[in-house]
Design a protein around this ligand. Structure first.
Ligand SMILES: Cc1ncc(COP(=O)(O)O)c(C=O)c1O
Length: 398
């Protein structure tokens, strides 16, 4: 083994990546990743890509695409302009760039509990320590915990599905303003909205703090394009461009051109509306099935947007759900155990995340029936052996 950088010991494998390999097996019902429905992907057959898009380009990205993004961001109330928009190779890259710029080894990062596990993966690689908050308890974001960064997904949170109320958004902005942290708002699900709700970017409510706001085309167009974007307060933006240059020069120009063509085509609005209507139907069907199969053992909120149900196993709140994944996969169903979503691992037992956008109606019925059987048996065994407390293992082994 070569001599590796010391941070490599903090490089945990991504449970999502491991799961993606397993769920691509034929016949597997997947509730695991945040995969869009393949039926929603836009048709590309009428698109042409000029040869010049095969040349190297600007690190900031396609000018026309950035103009379109800046117009949307301004409409959302964010203070920006096309020259303060950076196109990313997926919004996952934004997490990496922000972490590189802001997380010193040992630095405190405030995250929701639970939060997006691939953000935890990146922050931990750079040596973050965590202070956790929830929409109802923002006291831990304070000058004493002195976070360098506050990371939040206020709109259709991954994994909980929660959408902050206007009051919660104002409280979060005030808590950030009261300490010296940079606020990092991650907003990939905002277009997938099923009921009227407040989606005001928290960045637009800040009075004094530096901020980064990012979103993605993965959920509303297609994740294989690998395109997202960010904008940031004036002092941070040039540094993020430099970090992007150092990482990959620029995002894929062919994909940026395609995304611009799709988003500026006359049918773009109707396509998004159709997608949202389809996902709302899937969500409602999934909720009906959950009531049938999980009603006795779990509780959940109907998500007003996004792609996930978050289930609390009320019948066994200390059950470690990770070992159940192997058994579920053997029976042809994949789900996401709750534990990896918690920075504080001891907080994460007795929960799971289920995606509702990928499985067909028949697959959802079959998969949830199978999972409910498995969980009911595991809960019964857990309750007869109450000393078997939550044991959290660092990775999801399949
Ligand atoms: C909260 C959040 N941020 C970032 C990402 C990364 O998305 P992408 O890199 O596909 O834009 C995801 C993907 O599921 C996510 O849920």
């Amino acid at each position: 083994m070569p001599q590796l950088a010391s941070r490599v010991k903090r490089l945990s494998p991504s449970p999502i990546r491991e799961i993606l390999e397993v769920i691509s097996q034929p016949g597997m019902v997947s509730f695991a990743g945040g995969l869009p429905s393949p039926a929603s992907f836009p048709a590309l057959n009428n698109l042409s890509v000029p040869n010049e898009e095969l040349q190297y380009g600007a690190s900031e990205g396609n000018v026309a695409l950035r103009e379109l993004i800046a117009a949307q961001l301004t409409e959302r109330g964010i203070d920006t302009s096309p020259d303060r928009v950076l196109v990313l190779s997926g919004s996952q890259q934004g997490i990496d760039l922000v972490a590189k710029l802001l997380i010193e080894e040992g630095a405190s990062v405030a995250v929701e509990s639970p939060t997006y596990l691939a953000a935890l993966q990146v922050f931990s690689l750079f040596g973050a320590s965590y202070c956790c908050f929830s929409p109802d308890s923002m006291q831990s974001i304070n000058a004493q915990s002195s976070p360098a960064l506050v990371y939040s997904i206020p709109t259709f949170q991954n994994p909980s599905g929660h959408c902050y109320s206007h009051e919660q958004r104002c409280s979060l902005a005030a808590a950030v303003d009261a300490c010296d942290a940079v606020f990092f708002e991650d907003d990939p699900y905002r277009d997938l909205v099923y009921e009227a709700c407040d989606r005001t970017p928290v960045c637009s409510l800040l009075q004094r703090s530096d901020w980064v706001y990012q979103s993605s085309f993965s959920k509303s167009l297609a994740p294989g394009l690998r395109l997202g974007y960010l904008t940031a307060s004036e002092s941070l933006f040039p540094l993020l461009v430099r970090a992007k240059q150092a990482a990959d020069l620029h995002s894929n120009r062919v994909c940026q051109h395609i995304a611009h063509q799709l988003l500026s085509s006359p049918g773009a609005g109707a396509r998004l509306k159709q997608l949202v209507d389809d996902y709302r139907r899937r969500r409602d069907h999934f909720d009906t099935l959950l009531q049938r199969y999980f009603g006795d053992i779990a509780q959940w909120q109907l998500p007003v947007g996004g792609l996930f149900f978050w289930l609390d196993l009320t019948a066994a709140p200390t059950l470690d759900t990770q070992p159940l994944l192997r058994a579920a996969v053997q029976q042809g169903v994949a789900f996401m155990p709750g534990e990896p979503f918690f920075a504080d691992a001891s907080a994460g037992c007795g929960a799971l995340r289920l995606n509702f956008s990928h499985a067909s109606a028949a697959e959802a019925e079959r998969g949830l029936a199978t999972l409910a059987d498995l969980f009911s048996s595991a809960i019964a065994a857990h309750l007869t052996a109450p000393n078997h407390a939550c044991v959290v293992t660092p990775d999801v082994a399949l």
